[in-house]
Design a protein around this ligand. Structure first.
Ligand code: NAD
Ligand code: WQD
Length: 337
């Protein structure tokens, strides 16, 4: 298939491009580069062994820009990564998050249907479960109260896409609820490249290890978890990328609506991750215990059985691979791209 990849220059998008080409698909990327660098796409092409990946610097809110891309390229499906994703920033700038993520997706979907492309895989998030009603989380777990506008954009967009599919069954909509993506391509050429101070645990750990930050603050050690620190379902970004290729099979089978948790099913604490990083990579990661971070929950991990049964997808990488590949990327690229 030929796939339109929005946000394809970003962390998950770049890794997914590699899996798409490996599986025999082709791609056209659009990205406004608001949180990425075109060097990432140059490196993707280098890894795949192509001169370049078709790329357009287009904003998903730009109807004319999208029309031009769809007029030039016939796309069978869209994998829709483009969006703003910083939780804390979304609390400061709710309008910008709702406008970019929701308006952007509405414009994208409208242009898609005008061009007869009614297949979409959407990047949703475990955050839509709020403080989850059950652990491990299955897809039947009710959606919860999000603690920030970013989370609400994901929750609302799930509803928007499901309503559109219900009204027009020609649509196939796959909602992939990612848990906590970490790691990097084993080549060490592409990886996560956050602007400024990282919000997420793994890039913070790697920046401490490489000497860019003094120490990691561990946000709370009094949660009801085995060691008191927060437990999450970390997933290697290459596994996550492969899930999108499996989701294309569901689209091929005319799935209508498909909703899947994409995680490993294992919960690791903050200290599990820090200790694995130190053990596998033989580097020090100084840390100190800080107060809890507002909005955090104690434990979040999924039951990924539905994705295994229906998509034939299972995570292949473990925690040692995750910390090794995260470090390989950071050590080789201390200042990102
Ligand atoms: P990222 O920021 O690295 O990639 C997103 C890309 O979208 C960036 O390259 C950015 O420039 C682009 N973009 C943003 N707004 C755009 C717009 N209006 N028009 C065109 N391009 C635009 O983020 P990522 O980690 O690769 O995440 C990809 C998707 O997965 C996002 O939708 C994110 O919300 C979702 N997600 C991420 C995580 C995570 O922890 N990384 C977890 C769950 C869900
Ligand atoms: C993981 C654990 C922190 C940083 C977020 C979004 C979610 C999704 C993934 C997009 C928690 C602890 C972290 C630090 C720490 N993104 N931590 N010190 O909060 O599970 O999920 O990213 O959809 O929507 O909310 O991920 O990596 O920020 O935190 O102790 O410097 O690490 O408290 O227990 P989170 P995270």
């Amino acid at each position: 298939m030929n796939i339109l990849v929005t946000g394809g220059a970003g962390f998950i998008g770049t890794h997914t491009l590699i899996e798409l080409y490996k599986a025999g698909h082709t791609a056209v990327v659009i990205d406004n580069l608001s949180n990425s660098n075109p060097e990432s796409l140059r490196r993707v092409a280098e890894i795949i062994g192509l001169p370049e990946i078709p790329f357009y610097k287009v904003d998903i809110r730009d109807r004319e820009g999208l029309e031009a891309v769809f007029s030039k390229h016939k796309c069978d499906a869209c994998i829709h990564f483009a969006g703003l994703k910083a939780v804390g920033e979304s609390v400061e700038k709710p309008w910008e998050y709702y406008e970019n993520n929701i308006n952007g997706t509405l414009v994208l979907v409208d242009v898609m249907r005008h061009h007869g492309c009614k297949n979409i895989i959407f990047s949703s998030s475990a955050t839509i479960y709020g403080d989850p009603a059950e652990i491990p989380i299955t897809e039947n777990c009710p959606k919860g109260q999000c603690t920030n506008p970013y989370g609400w954009t994901k929750s609302m967009l799930e509803q928007v896409l499901m309503d559109i599919q219900k009204a027009d069954p020609e649509w196939n909509v796959v909602l992939l609820r990612y848990f906590n993506p970490v790691g990097a391509h084993p080549s060490g050429r592409i990886g996560e490249n956050p602007n400024g101070i990282p919000n997420n645990l793994m890039p913070y750990i790697t920046q401490v290890a490489v000497g860019k930050r003094k120490e990691l603050g561990v946000f709370g050690n009094d949660y009801p978890t085995p060691d008191g620190t927060g437990v999450r379902d970390y997933i290697h970004v290459c596994d996550l990328a492969a899930a999108h290729v499996c989701a294309l099979h569901a689209i091929d089978r005319k799935c209508g609506i498909g909703i899947y948790n994409i995680g490993t099913g294992h919960g690791y604490s903050v200290l599990d991750m820090v200790n694995a990083f130190i053990r596998v990579n033989h580097v020090d990661v100084p840390y100190s215990i800080k107060p809890r971070r507002a909005g955090d929950i104690a434990t979040c991990y999924c039951n990924p059985a539905k994705a295994a049964a229906e998509l034939g997808w299972r995570a292949q990488y473990g925690i040692d691979d995750m910390v090794r590949d995260s470090w390989h990327w950071q050590r080789n690229n201390p200042d990102g791209y």
